[in-house]
Design a protein around this ligand. Structure first.
Ligand code: PEP
Ligand code: MN
Length: 351
């Protein structure tokens, strides 16, 4: 993709309320944030799951954002979901727009938005689709880039999950790492608010984003979070935002001197040796799985045996627990190993 690097400061901070609710709320929140943010956000058209929720103030909110620009000098951003929204934002000199998670999922919508941006040099943020489909997210970014939008950044807001979790939206950081590998020069901003869903873990998610060398944060911030008309549980006060930014540890991604380089190299060498051992062990395991498959075939036994699977899970978890290893990680690893073991046995038996 042909991208212009418009992130002139790292980390780049965007903050502001989930929704613009009144002119006073927008202006006061912006005033309190001034000095600690690079851009102000507020949703005007709100895509809500239920039609009975607050769906945004609509077009009149654009004037309020214009006033934020006038009074604070901050750049302003809002969400768009249709070409009409884009047209109104452009008319009102909004500096940046974002495509929300519920819009990124639909290539028709993204196509229409992209068409309405032909020949326009505006900053566009693209939130990840609700489910962790990297190609869909990349498709949206490419659609915009194809019509000539070059100031593009991705926003990571986590992924919907059916499972009970500490997060409102599962961060699945591994998806981001794959996105970074696919598009090297794409800035990625983390939205810890929609990942966390509650104020108590926003700082922790933000720190993880910094540790992964992401380019910035978009944080929902409201002057009276308790009274917010949308996402009240995850909005923090401007003062809390300021404190959080001060506490964030931003580490260096480049290796500053040779002592660091040597130390890191020695750690990496140790990891390389261990990884190679893991691969060798997996290979040995595979040989035994093949023998088992032949044995099962000869004796007409089913490949999958539920009790054995439960036993594997239980014992490996206990083993991990004894060592202080993460149980969930261990379970996931053995789920993958077991999945491929079953696949391999099925293939062998069919031969
Ligand atoms: C938002 O930023 O307020 C929003 C609606 O986000 P998302 O599209 O990530 O749900
Ligand atoms: Mn929100």
């Amino acid at each position: 993709m042909k991208l212009k690097n418009f992130i002139n400061k790292k980390p780049f901070f965007i903050a502001g309320p989930c929704s613009a609710e009144s002119e006073e709320q927008v202006l006061e929140t912006a005033r309190l944030l001034k000095g600690s943010v690079d851009m102000f956000r507020a949703g005007i058209w709100k895509p809500r799951t239920s039609p009975n929720s607050f769906e945004g103030v609509g077009q009149k909110g654009l004037k309020w954002l214009c006033n934020v620009k006038k009074k604070t000098g901050l750049k302003v951003a809002t969400e768009v979901a249709t070409p009409k929204h884009v047209e109104l934002c452009l008319k009102n000199n909004i500096d940046a727009i974002w495509i929300g998670a519920r819009t990124t999922v639909n290539p028709f919508y993204v196509h229409e938005i992209a068409e309405s941006l032909k020949g326009v040099d505006i900053t566009v943020f693209v939130k990840n689709p609700i489910h962790p489909e990297l190609s869909l997210w990349m498709g949206a970014l490419e659609r915009l880039n194809k019509v000539g939008v070059t100031r593009i950044a991705a926003i990571h807001r986590g992924f919907y999950s059916n499972e009970h979790s500490t997060f409102r939206n599962d961060p699945k950081w591994e998806v981001l790492i794959r996105l970074k590998e696919e598009v090297h020069n794409l800035p990625i901003i983390c939205d810890p608010s929609h990942i966390a869903g509650r104020t108590s873990i926003i700082e922790d998610v933000s720190q993880t984003a910094m540790d992964l060398n992401l380019d910035g944060l978009m944080v929902e911030t409201h002057y009276h979070p308790e009274a917010a008309l949308s996402d009240s549980k995850q909005q923090i006060k401007p003062i809390q935002f300021k404190n959080m930014v001060q506490n964030l540890i931003v580490r260096d991604s480049s290796l500053r001197n040779d002592i660091f380089k040597d130390k890191l190299l020695s750690f990496r060498n140790q990891i390389d040796v261990l990884d190679s051992k893991i691969i060798n062990i997996l290979n040995k395991r595979k040989d035994i799985v093949e023998e088992i498959a032949r044995f099962k075939e000869k004796n007409s036994l089913t490949i999958f045996q539920l009790e054995r699977w439960f036993e594997i899970l239980r014992t490996r978890k206990e083993n991990a627990l004894d060592l202080g290893l993460d149980c969930h990680m261990t379970t996931e690893i053995f789920e993958v190993i077991h999945k491929y073991s079953i696949l391999m046995q099925t293939k062998l038996m069919r031969k």
